[in-house]
Design a binder for this molecule. Sequence first.
Ligand SMILES: [Zn+2]
Length: 154
Amino acid sequence: MCLVCDRIEMIKNGTNPYFVKELKTGYVVIGDNQHFYGYTLFLYKSHQYKELFQMDPEERTVFLMEMTQVAEAVSRAFGAEKMNYELLGMGDVHLHWHLYPRRTGDIETYGNKGKGPVWWYPMEKMYSDENRPTPEELEDMKRKLLDELNQICE
Ligand SMILES: [Zn+2]
């Protein structure tokens, strides 16, 4: 079973507390862990593709455009110095974007003297339960992001 499909099923059932908005090609959800404040995912609706280059070009264009809109909304809602966009798929082979707002010093002195991808921050710190938003914080984040998405997306 696929973790991304599981989360989408929860969205459809109305039981995913991280769900923010449905777009044409995917779902916007707040990340479970918030060391990188504002970390958001954009989940493609279907499990059918492993690679972007397998997608129908028109569908891919919409998917990429919507991902870009989500990134802009995240940047505006949470104040990024720079957005990071990542589509990996070695864990769960279901097209999903990790959208990270980045700020100077956010990986402390890890990586190349504090510079580098989020993945150079230790996994146990990145996924620590201490980084999980409280229900109140989560509601606040969802409201901020939804406001921006509603302005940016049709
Ligand atoms: Zn899936």
